[in-house]
Design a binder for this molecule. Structure first.
Ligand SMILES: O=P(O)(O)OC[C@H]1O[C@H](O[C@H]2O[C@H](CO)[C@@H](O)[C@H](O)[C@H]2O)[C@H](O)[C@@H](O)[C@@H]1O
Length: 250
């Protein structure tokens, strides 16, 4: 049952014969941390995902805002498809990355702003992030700076995130990634199930709902998803169900 603010129910068990599973990373598979490099990733998370992917006949993909190289590092053991940088780069799909002109100049400007203001600068493979978690009073100023940068660098657009604002390649999106993935094997013909926690995930949650599947919102907040889980440990427990805890062992 839904309340006026969105999903309240836990999702059903995955149907491994017919579901195609798409998983966000930060805030979904792993808990949010004070800094991007301070996350605690369970040692065997990649291997657990690999076991689940095998049960889904390969129909499991990671869809994240993180740079692809970081996803590959944190999820070692999982060799299935991955989409990084909010849809702008991928692994295993034969797609060319979206690399707009001006990336290095954009990164230099953001790094300089971060240094001046005492923000955490996150260089990304196809963009950059400004994290204001340590200086929340600078949110409005940081978002305004990012909006002006996007005008100077039209190949990029603003992506809001948790206590951060990013510049990502214009046109990249998680829902666009889902649309592409679900046109190809082994995802085509299966029911799309997407789990994610942030505003960056809402278009993908809505996409899964609109295409015969469902979304699982992780944590609080309004959502288009039909279902909700409270935190990443609950997501990991939900993912373990089709395997049994011994096989998952995360
Ligand atoms: O799409 P996601 O996998 O959810 O990635 C979104 C962004 O996540 C990371 O930032 C967020 O998580 C950090 C670690 O918990 C946290 O410190 C930060 O405040 C959050 O915004 C990552 O750093 C970004 O590159 C991702 O785009």
């Amino acid at each position: 049952m839904r309340d006026p603010f969105g999903a309240t129910e836990a999702p059903p068990a995955l149907d491994t014969a017919q579901d195609a599973l798409f998983l966000d990373f930060d805030g979904c598979l792993v808990e949010i941390a004070p800094r991007p490099d301070a996350i605690c990733v369970p040692d065997r998370l990649g291997l657990g995902l690999a076991a689940l992917a095998a049960r889904l006949d390969g129909a499991l993909a990671i869809v994240s805002g993180r740079s692809l190289r970081e996803l590959e590092h944190y999820l070692a053991g999982f060799d299935g498809p991955m989409v990084g940088s909010h849809g702008a780069e991928s692994r295993g799909l034969g797609e060319a990355p979206l690399r707009p002109e001006g990336l290095l100049a954009l990164q230099a400007e953001l790094a300089e702003f971060a240094a001046q203001k005492g923000l955490l600068y996150e260089p990304k493979s196809l963009g950059a992030g400004l994290h204001f978690r340590a200086r929340p009073e600078l949110q409005a100023e940081t978002e305004a700076f990012a909006a002006r940068a996007a005008l100077r660098f039209p190949g990029f657009e603003v992506q809001l995130a948790k206590m951060a604002v990013e510049l990502r390649p214009r046109g990249a999106s998680k829902d666009g990634a889902l649309a592409r993935l679900t046109r190809r094997a082994p995802f085509a013909g299966r029911r799309p199930v997407y789990a994610g926690d942030d505003v960056t995930d809402e278009p993908a949650l809505a996409w899964a709902e609109a295409h015969g599947g469902y979304g699982v919102k992780v944590g609080p907040g309004d959502t288009a998803a039909s279902y909700r889980l409270g935190a990443p440990d609950q997501v990991r427990a939900w993912l373990a169900r089709p395997l049994g805890e011994d096989a998952w062992d995360v």
